[in-house]
Design a protein around this ligand. Structure first.
Ligand code: ADP
Length: 655
C-alpha cells in the first residue's frame, strides 16, 4: 500500500509539480528578459525622442534665421548706402527699428544731425539775416511788430519747407504776443499741415510746435495732427514722442469731455510707441554688451522682446543694425510651419529647458509641443495578458490535478475494499463449509460404525441444512450485489402478505439463533393489507438485519423483531442491544463494502455488502431504511415500506 502511495506522490511530482515549476521558472525568466528589453526599448525611444527634438529645434532655428535674413536683405536694399533713409519706417511690421553701427556705437535715425534743416549752421543768406534780425527785435528789443515784419521778410526769402517753417514759427509766436491771436492761429494752422519730416535742429517737427500752441484753442485739429503721426509707420524720435505726450497731456486737461476722451485714446497708442522708443534707447545704451555680429542675432529682453542683428560690413558703408519683434517673427514662422503640419513650439526663457535654436540664435531655446512624442512608439504593452494566461494555466493545472488526485484516491480505496472483500468472503465461506464437512463426516463415521443416536443424527443434519442455508444466503448476497453492480438485478413484485414473509425469515433464523442462545422476540401486527413486493428480496433483507443483530450483539442475547404500521407504511424493525454504531458512521454503513473501522468490529467477519443490499431492496420497493443506534447500547434498523392508500378487496397493492 505504501509503495502505491509513494508511486502516486512520485507521479504527482513528475507529471504536475515539476512541469509547473518549469513553466513558472521559464515564464519568470521570459518576463525578466522582456522587462530588460522594454527598458532598452524605452531608453532607445527616449534617445530617439531627444534626437528628434534637437532636429526639430534646429529646423525651427533655420526657419527663423531664414526669415531674419530675408528682413536683413530687404533693409539693405532699402538703405544701400547706409544713408538716413532709414528714418522712414520699414514696410515689414516685424522690424522695430533700423539703425547703424558707428564708431561711437549704435546710431538710431534720430541721432543723425539735422544739418539739412533750418538751423543756425547754414551759411549767411538773405533768409538767415532777416530771421536773425527778427530774433534780435523779438528777444533783445521785445518789439514784436518789428520782429513780425522781419520774420515775414525771411519767409519771403525762404526756399525750402524747413526755412519757411523756421520763419513761420517765430512769426506766429510774436503775433500771439502782440495780441494778434487770430492771425497767429492762422500761421500755426499752416504749420500743422507740414509733414513730420520737417523738423528743427533738435529733431522736433514744426507741426508738433504748432499742435502744442493750438492744443487749447483748436484741440480737434491738433489732435488730428497727433493721430496722423501715430497712425503712420514712420519712426518717432524720443524727443518727438515726448513732445506728443505733452500735447496729449494738455488736451487731457481740457474742459471739453469729447477732447479728453479722444486724447486718452491717442495717449494709449502713444504709450506703445514710447515703450518702443525707450527700448531702443536701452538697446543703444547696452549695444556693446550685446556683442551683435553679422551672423548671429542677440536677444534683448526689453518690453517688446526684440532680437538685434547686424548686416555684414561692406554690404553698407556703415553696417545696418536691426531690431526685430520676436513675437511677430515667431508668429509668421509658426504659421508657415503649421501649414506644413510641423509640430508647434514655444520660446522658453529660463535658459535651461527646451532645445537650442542653433548657433545663429545663441542662448535661445524652444519647447516643442507634446505631439512630437507620438512620433516615437512607447513599448511595454501586453505583459499583464502574459501574467494572466500563466495564472490561468497554473490554476487549471492544479484544479485538474486535484480532481485527478481525488479520483485516484477513490479508486485506490475501492481497490483496497475489494481486496478486503475477497478475503472476508473466503473467510465467511470457510466457517459454514467447515461445519458442514465436520457434521457430514461424523454422520459418515456413524454410518460406517453402525452406531449413532438417531436424535444426534437429526441434530447433525439440521446443522448441515442450517449451515448450507447460511452459505446460500451469503452467496445470494454476493450474487445479488454483482447483479446490482451490472445493473441486472430485477425484482419480481407481486401481491404478498407481509406477515407471512416476516414469519418465513423468522423460521429460517430460528435454529441458528437458538444454537447461539439468542432470545428472539417477535411482534407481528396482522392487520396489514397485502403489498406488492418481491418476497425473496424482502426476506433476504430481514435475514441480513437479523444476521447482523446476531453478529454485533456482543454479550447481549436479546433480539427483537417487530412488524407494525406507522404513518401509512409497514415498518419492519430489528433491534439488538449489542455494540452499537457511532453517530458519524451511521450514514456510511449503507455504502458497499463499508465496515465500521473499530477494533471490536474487525474481530467480527463480514463483507460490507449486507446493508448495501438492504438499502437497495428498500429503495426498489419505494421504501427506506434507517438506523437508530448508540455505541454500547444497541441498534434498531427499520425498513419502511409504503402501504397502498386504500386497501383493495383483491389484495392488490401499490408500491
Ligand atoms: P458486514 O456485517 O458483512 O460487515 P453489513 O453491510 O451488513 O456488512 O454491515 C456493515 C457494517 O455496519 C458492519 O461492518 C458493522 O460495522 C455495522 N453494523 C451492521 N449492523 C450492525 C448492528 N446491528 N450493530 C452494530 N453494527 C452493525
Amino acid at each position: 500500500m505504501n509503495r502505491l502511495r509513494y508511486r502516486q506522490v512520485f507521479l504527482f511530482l513528475v507529471v504536475l509539480v515539476l512541469p509547473t515549476a518549469a513553466i513558472i521558472i521559464q515564464s519568470r525568466y521570459n518576463a525578466s528578459r522582456e522587462r530588460e528589453n522594454d527598458a532598452q526599448a524605452r531608453e532607445l525611444a527616449r534617445r530617439e525622442l531627444a534626437d528628434l527634438r534637437r532636429r526639430r529645434a534646429t529646423e525651427i532655428g533655420q526657419d527663423i534665421v531664414t526669415r531674419l535674413e530675408r528682413i536683413k536683405l530687404q533693409e539693405i536694399a532699402r538703405a544701400p548706402s547706409g544713408a538716413a533713409t532709414a528714418a522712414t519706417a520699414s514696410s515689414d511690421s516685424a522690424v522695430a527699428f533700423v539703425g547703424w553701427e558707428g564708431r561711437e556705437g549704435l546710431i538710431w535715425p534720430w541721432n543723425v544731425a539735422h544739418s539739412h534743416n533750418g538751423g543756425a549752421s547754414r551759411e549767411e543768406s538773405e533768409f538767415t539775416r532777416k530771421r536773425q534780425a527778427g530774433e534780435r527785435a523779438e528777444l533783445a528789443e521785445q518789439n514784436y511788430s518789428r520782429a513780425a515784419a522781419f520774420y515775414r521778410e525771411a519767409l519771403g526769402n525762404a526756399r525750402t519747407d524747413a526755412e519757411r517753417a523756421s520763419a513761420s514759427l517765430p512769426l506766429a509766436n510774436v503775433l500771439a504776443r502782440a495780441g494778434a491771436q487770430a492771425e497767429a492761429a492762422r500761421v500755426y494752422r499752416g504749420l500743422l499741415k507740414l509733414p513730420s519730416s520737417v523738423t528743427d535742429d533738435q529733431g522736433l517737427s514744426f507741426a508738433s510746435y504748432a499742435a502744442l500752441r493750438l492744443s487749447e484753442s483748436h484741440a480737434a485739429e491738433a489732435l488730428a495732427r497727433v493721430n496722423l503721426d501715430l497712425e503712420s509707420a514712420a519712426l518717432l524720435s524720443p524727443a518727438q514722442a515726448y513732445r506728443w505726450r505733452s500735447v496729449l497731456e494738455s488736451m487731457e486737461r481740457s474742459g471739453d469731455a469729447a477732447v479728453r476722451l479722444a486724447a486718452a485714446g491717442a495717449s494709449a497708442r502713444l504709450a506703445k510707441r514710447i515703450a518702443d522708443v525707450e527700448d531702443a534707447l536701452q538697446v543703444q545704451q547696452h549695444f556693446r554688451d550685446l556683442r551683435v555680429t553679422a551672423d548671429s542675432w542677440q536677444p534683448y529682453a526689453g518690453r517688446d522682446r526684440w532680437w538685434i542683428g547686424k548686416a555684414p560690413t561692406g554690404a553698407a558703408s556703415r553696417p545696418l543694425v536691426l531690431a526685430v519683434r520676436v513675437e511677430e517673427i515667431l508668429r509668421s514662422v509658426e504659421t508657415e510651419r503649421q501649414a506644413r503640419h510641423e509640430p508647434s513650439f514655444q520660446l522658453v526663457t529660463d535658459g535651461v529647458s527646451g532645445e537650442s535654436l542653433g548657433e545663429h540664435l545663441p542662448g535661445m531655446r524652444v519647447a516643442l509641443g507634446p505631439e512630437i512624442t507620438k512620433a516615437v512608439a512607447a513599448p511595454g504593452a501586453g505583459r499583464s495578458f502574459y501574467g494572466l494566461s500563466l495564472f490561468l494555466v497554473v490554476t487549471l493545472t492544479f484544479v485538474g490535478a486535484f480532481f485527478l488526485w481525488r479520483d485516484t484516491r477513490r479508486e485506490s480505496r475501492l481497490a483496497e475494499l475489494r481486496s478486503q472483500f475477497v478475503s472476508s468472503v473466503s473467510h465467511e465461506l470457510k466457517t459454514p463449509l467447515t461445519s458442514i464437512r465436520m457434521f457430514a463426516e461424523s454422520l459418515q463415521m456413524d454410518d460406517e460404525s453402525g452406531t449413532g443416536d438417531p436424535k444426534e443424527r437429526a441434530e447433525y443434519l439440521e446443522t448441515i441444512v442450517c449451515e448450507s442455508e447460511r452459505l446460500t444466503r451469503l452467496l445470494n448476497n454476493v450474487l445479488d450485489f454483482s447483479r446490482i453492480e451490472r445493473g441486472q438485478k430485477n425484482y419480481h413484485l407481486q401481491s404478498e402478505e407481509l406477515p407471512g414473509v416476516v414469519d418465513a425469515a423468522v423460521r429460517t433464523m430460528r435454529f441458528p439463533l437458538a444454537e447461539q442462545g439468542f432470545d428472539l422476540r417477535v411482534d407481528i401486527c396482522d392487520d396489514l393489507p397485502s403489498l406488492r413486493l418481491d418476497r425473496d428480496a424482502i426476506e433476504q433483507a430481514i435475514l441480513n438485519l437479523l444476521n447482523n443483530a446476531m453478529k454485533y450483539s456482543g454479550k447481549s442475547r436479546e433480539i427483537g423483531l417487530r412488524l407494525s404500521r406507522r404513518n401509512g407504511s409497514a415498518l419492519i424493525q430489528v433491534a439488538d442491544q449489542g455494540i452499537g454504531i457511532p453517530a458519524g458512521e451511521q450514514r456510511r454503513i449503507f455504502d458497499k463494502f463499508y465496515r465500521v473501522p473499530s477494533k471490536e468490529n474487525n474481530a467480527i467477519s463480514g463483507t460490507g455488502l449486507g446493508l448495501a443490499l438492504v438499502a437497495h431492496i428498500a429503495d426498489a420497493h419505494g421504501g427506506t431504511v434507517e438506523v437508530e443506534s448508540a455505541p454500547g447500547k444497541g441498534s434498531t434498523f427499520s425498513i419502511a415500506l409504503p402501504l397502498p392508500r386504500e386497501p383493495a378487496p383483491d389484495g392488490g397493492a401499490a408500491v
